[in-house]
Write a protein of this length. Structure first.
Length: 211
């Protein structure tokens, strides 16, 4: 049987590191030296970026689970346990710091829209970053917009927004609180939310059958 204790990690078909199974059911991720030394290296994930913008190359082994970035390899339940402390504020802070106003506006637009359709499953895995030029982060196109309330009796959002998870608590006050905590421009957040609701209600009115 082939030895699978060491797996190559590739980015754009280029090997950049390895995942190694260690004794004691531990897993270690390590970047290749060539990737570390490359000043124009493509970005694997912001989770490997330090506060000064450099690469965090010194990784510690983790027991029984893969390192956080590779958590998409896990089944649904362990994946949710991985991200149980995440919040919509966390996502907003990252987008504002790494992408800017345009993506933050789109983030608020999607957040409001998914509350309006009753999507209780917009967990952190449904918010992704892409790197169009290989290095600079951008909010990915939207996906998994499903009105889960139609078949699941759950009126809570997947993550905390401000002081609550309840979809019915989503309000301009809650969004103002989010803007303040995540240090977002309040006008951008509230204007985007208002526009989204107006467009949503307009689309519903246009599609409603005539009586």
């Amino acid at each position: 049987m082939a030895d699978v204790s060491v797996l190559d990690v590739a980015l754009n078909r280029r090997r950049i590191g390895t995942l190694t199974l260690l004794p004691g059911d531990q897993t270690l991720f390590a970047f290749d030296e060539a990737y570390i030394d490359d000043g124009e290296r493509p970005t694997l994930s912001l989770s490997f970026k330090d506060s000064l913008g450099g690469l965090i190359s010194d990784q510690r082994p983790v027991r029984q689970r893969v390192p956080l970035f590779f958590s998409n390899l896990l089944p649904e339940r362990p994946l949710r346990e991985y991200h149980e402390r995440a919040s919509y504020r966390n996502i907003a802070e990252v987008l504002w710091a790494e992408t800017g106003a345009e993506d933050v506006a789109e983030y608020i637009r999607r957040l409001v829209f998914n509350a309006l359709i009753g999507n209780a499953d917009m967990h952190i895995k449904n918010w992704s970053l892409i790197y169009p030029d290989g290095r600079q982060a951008a909010l990915s196109p939207g996906y998994d917009f499903v009105p889960t309330i139609a078949y699941l009796a759950d009126t809570n959002m997947a993550l905390t927004l401000g002081r609550s998870k309840a979809m019915t608590d989503l309000s301009l006050d809650q969004l103002s609180y989010l803007a303040a905590k995540a240090r977002l421009p309040e006008k951008l957040v509230l204007d985007t939310a208002h526009e989204t609701v107006q467009r949503f209600m307009g689309d519903r009115s246009a599609s409603a059958p005539a009586h």
